[in-house]
Ligand binder design. Structure first.
Ligand SMILES: Cc1cc2nc3c(=O)[nH]c(=O)nc-3n(C[C@H](O)[C@H](O)[C@H](O)COP(=O)(O)OP(=O)(O)OC[C@H]3O[C@@H](n4cnc5c(N)ncnc54)[C@H](O)[C@@H]3O)c2cc1C
Length: 534
């Protein structure tokens, strides 16, 4: 029996682990990948905080964030995050994150979209990677236990309380039951559903969301998926907003600028997508910044552009397109990271803590995951003290998952689910993308429901039991399909345009929809509705 288990080892999970770990507290981090492979390591641009109040303030940071949310966030929650931002940065600095510093040896800051202030702290363009490596070092120092290459299959729920998790040991091919007094879900976002049209890593397949939904939790605002304006054409590898923050231009086919590059992401993505949809090319122009500045502030972007697009950004224009990037929706939590299920917490991109609303500002995610990761860890470890209701038996969930895995081995392989996964990504990008409408969304829903019907014909080809990646990817695909249905259904029901959710058949924001959508399972039925923002 553990005191706290954490599903996910990105910056949210690792921060939660560090703050849950107290003297005599037994903490375990369970993760499908290794911490150094989490999505967070790809975060390049930076993390927001008001550090020096001469020109900026917590109130302005709060207002910028609220404005971007288009009224779908709780201002107090935003303010909490913004107020704690300086402490968050100072804490990261104190444990060894090598933030880039200015000539006065202060932590340097750069400008991101949706704000007029220089507020984004960074570590060259390796910010997420440096944060994860530093947090992981600290976890090792604190002797925190890790189970890498272990996949969450189901949460154990008894008497409306989470009592642990059923996990799959990917290396051995066995199922394990891990009992815990508190469980934290930190399994990342769901923009990976847009396969081949996303900046996300392969592991972002919405598993945590699906398991938590099935356990009785509420998912909120799932229709809000942010498209990043500048991913490399074809490979969809991200070129961080910092490239525009440092002065990069967007040019159309006539080599003309067509939008203020530092407008919020939804507006910039729409302006770019419109041109690409008319078979035009769009470019990021960094040439005028000069090699020295490029080497200093964006060495990773320079390397990625050369490796994946064969473009020297100091000399040539870089072709880009928008790609699905970040999920604003997620497991509904309060500012204490609590879900509606007792002893179950969620933090990081998987959570919807009423902060980003309809549109997230660049640099606010790393801030949220570390700040609320801390809160989740602290509260989960406090929960131990109160909780005494242990269980020590093989649960019904364990038996169910053992049967499920055995059943999967008996599915036929008439349809190749890898092709279906690619089809899903394309369908989502075209029909549930930057621009949406009732007709396209309905067509997407029909296709997704048809895929769901045929799951048992899409079984695995590789029937081995040890380290079977084919099996893992199949389970991930099931999770993607289940969550895809919810994204489309909520998008159909939100008959307005707001932030990242833009419908060309309802091109305006409507007061009646200044509400959060939610999805939950009640009596085995999926329910979708709207509720007030609180
Ligand atoms: C390319 C890119 C660049 C970005 N740049 C920035 C930036 O500059 N600034 C910013 O603020 N934000 C940025 N973001 C957003 C930010 O990086 C993410 O929101 C954030 O890293 C999410 O962290 P997380 O800890 O919640 O999840 P992740 O880092 O995604 O970690 C999720 C963890 O959960 C595990 N997991 C998933 N499913 C299971 C399962 N079934 N069982 C067990 N484990 C599971 C994964 O293996 C992983 O360890 C960027 C995003 C991308 C894609």
């Amino acid at each position: 029996m553990y005191d706290v288990i954490i599903i996910g080892s990105g910056a949210a999970g690792l921060t939660a682990a560090l703050s849950a770990q107290q003297k005599d507290t037994k903490v375990l981090v369970i993760s499908k990948t290794y911490p150094t492979h989490s999505q967070t390591v790809q975060a390049q641009g930076g993390i927001n905080a008001v550090l020096y109040e001469d020109d900026d303030s917590v109130d302005i940071h709060t207002e910028d964030t609220y404005k971007a949310s288009r009224g779908l966030a709780n201002k107090d929650n935003i303010n909490f995050m913004c107020k704690n931002a300086k402490d968050t940065i100072n804490w990261l600095d104190s444990i060894g994150v090598p933030f880039t510093r200015n000539n006065s040896n202060q932590i340097a800051q750069r400008k991101f979209g949706g704000t007029k202030k220089l507020r984004t702290c960074y570590s060259s363009d390796y910010t997420g990677l440096k944060i994860v490596h530093t947090l992981y070092d600290q976890c090792i120092k604190e002797n925190i236990n890790f189970l890498n290459e272990h996949m969450l299959l189901e949460l154990i729920i008894e008497n409306d309380t989470c009592k642990g998790a059923i996990i799959f040991d990917i290396q051995e091919g066995t199922i394990k039951e891990i009992l815990s007094k508190s469980t934290i879900i930190a399994s990342g976002g769901y923009a990976g559903i847009y396969s081949n049209h996303t900046t996300n890593s392969f592991s972002n397949t919405a598993d945590g969301l699906n398991c938590t939904l099935k356990a009785g939790a509420i998912l909120s605002n799932m229709e809000f998926v942010q498209f990043h304006p500048t991913a490399l054409e074809n490979s969809n590898i991200l070129v961080s907003e910092s490239a525009r923050g440092e002065g990069g231009f967007l040019l159309d086919e006539n080599k003309q600028r067509f939008i203020d590059e530092l407008k919020p992401r939804d507006e910039v993505a729409r302006a770019i997508y419109k041109r690409i949809n008319q078979d035009q090319k769009v470019y990021l122009d960094l040439r005028h910044l000069g090699l020295d500045k490029i080497n200093e502030t964006m060495p990773q972007e320079k390397r990625l552009a050369l490796e994946f697009s064969n473009v020297k950004i100091e000399e040539e224009l870089l072709p880009i397109n928008p790609a699905a990037h970040y999920s604003m929706g997620g497991i509904k939590t309060d500012i204490d990271s609590k879900t509606n299920i007792k002893s179950l917490y969620a933090c990081g991109e998987v959570a919807q803590a009423s902060i980003h609303g309809a549109n997230r500002l660049g640099g606010n995610s790393l801030l949220e995951i570390v700040t609320l990761g801390k809160i989740a860890g602290t509260n989960a470890s406090k929960n131990n003290i109160k909780s005494s209701n242990n269980i020590n038996k093989e649960t019904a969930s364990f038996t169910k998952q053992k049967n499920f895995i055995n059943e999967v081995y008996s599915y036929t392989n008439e349809i190749n689910f890898y092709y279906e996964k690619e089809k899903l990504g394309k369908l989502f990008f075209n029909n549930v993308g930057v621009f949406r409408n009732d007709e396209n969304l309905t067509l997407a829903l029909i296709d997704v429901l048809a895929m769901k019907q045929k799951i048992k014909q899409m079984g695995i080809q590789d029937k081995s039991r040890i380290y079977n990646k084919n099996l893992i990817e199949f389970i991930e695909f099931i999770n993607m399909i289940d969550i895809a249905e919810i994204i489309i259904k909520t998008a159909i029901q939100r008959k307005e345009s707001r932030g990242a959710h833009y419908r060309d058949d309802y091109p305006f924001e409507l007061n009646a929809y200044q509400k959060n959508s939610f999805a939950k399972i009640l009596n085995n039925e999926l329910q979708i509705d709207f509720e007030d923002v609180i």
